[in-house]
Design a protein around this ligand. Sequence first.
Ligand SMILES: Nc1ncnc2c1ncn2[C@@H]1O[C@H](COP(=O)(O)OP(=O)(O)OP(=O)(O)O)[C@@H](O)[C@H]1O
Ligand SMILES: [Mg+2]
Length: 498
Amino acid sequence: MGIELAIAIIGDVLRRAVGLADTLLGMLFTNQSTIELMRHAALLDLYHFEEPTFYDKLEKARQQTNVRTALLSELLLQAQGFVSLISPAVGVIAFSPWLIVILVVAVLPSFIGETYFNRKRYSLYGWWTPQRRQLDYIRYVGASAQTAKEVKIFNLSDFLIACYDELSKIFYQHSAKLSVRTSIFGALFFLLGTLAYYGAYGTILWQAVQGAISIEQLTFPAGSFLRLRELLQEQMNRLASIASQAMYLQDYFEFFDIQPQIKAPENALRVNQPLQSGFVFENVGFRYPGSEKWAIRHASFALRPGEKIALVGENGAGKTTLVKLMARLYDPTEGRILLDGKDLRDYDPADLRENIGVIFQDFVRYSMTAAENIAIGSINDCENEPQIADAARKSLAEPLIEPLPLRYQQMLGKRFSEGIDLSGGEWQKISIARAYMRKAQLLILDEPTAALDARAEHEVFVRFSELMQGNDAVLISHRFSTVRMADRILYLEKGELK
Ligand SMILES: Nc1ncnc2c1ncn2[C@@H]1O[C@H](COP(=O)(O)OP(=O)(O)OP(=O)(O)O)[C@@H](O)[C@H]1O
Ligand SMILES: [Mg+2]
């Protein structure tokens, strides 16, 4: 009794310890695999993020960060299960080897069936990934601060709900069909296996009835036979489950197979401080991946150190695209861009971007504090309060930050508690402050003042040209008052410089 009590206690403690280890490892696995996913995503090129199939892969990989922790313990259980097979198998073989054959044949149909339907479910899951993302998107549009205004004004909620309903029903139908087939075939295969098993069992009993074996001889093989069948079935089921999980886990690794095209070459050059001959575009042409249209064509111009140029042109003329090429977010499709006489591709892209500050027209309004929103321009300085305040002063953001209840520590945006939202122009002043956080040799402002009132715009530009003395600047604007400040004006029309 004492031994039994000890075993009961030790058994319980061990079970809990294993459960605890599983839970803890599971959480660590989720954290670690998510971090690795983020790290890899950060390495990839901009064009990846403009490709729907990329998001399918990312979504599939992301799903694996939560659920695949059972795989390791199942693999270990499989090894353990194999060991426990040995003793009943020896018993059965000693009695009659062909019984083993019958047992294996009996569990095979159900194993093959499982594997087959697991594959089907996996391909349904893969096929459905784009639509699942669409469902997520509909849900987001239906309930988020960014969209709520328009959803109300345009009365979109019924439309969104109908979209969701329609799409989710399609998945339900496919999934239900597969589930019904899995159940029916699963039952059939199990029946087949059970019949084979009882056939063999009956044969043993028949031999006993006939007196070919005695009752004592019967007890051992019959027990082993039953046990072996259970164990085999369990092993096969687990094998099918492991194989299926491995299929899903493959999605995780496939994401890591995606490699960036834009990366530092061996012996990468570093940007000269200060620039010597500046940027030169030599017959540069660019088409967005997957697009037939030239966004930029035959672009040849130079940007000398200390020069300020303005880029003007109609919507879609290619102004923003030109900027993306300078910051090497893309490589030209034809021609080349030189920096101090060397191809831009010979430089380390990270170092190049350190030296270039770009404020895009669709800059991001981060749900972070005012200080952090400004420090975005040079995130390593996010603790440097004087530098942040200085940048805010230069960009005219200071007068709007001072009255905020928590000033620079004020959470902006409405997503988190105590967040305060700003007007369009106020946000724009914050975004311009990002440019002043950098010690960039080239600063590019893509329609930085579109949301500013006339007086603010004038003031922003007067300061900008003062502060950028001696550095390169590219200004994109549709307003004459802005472009007048540049040394030179480049006019883009349908991707070509005129
Ligand atoms: N990510 C993209 N993928 C494919 N095509 C794009 C992409 N971004 C822009 N384009 C196309 O490239 C062309 C140039 O776009 P770009 O954004 O450079 O114009 P822009 O001169 O900055 O216009 P705007 O004044 O409206 O900002 C457009 O015809 C546009 O449709
Ligand atoms: Mg643009």
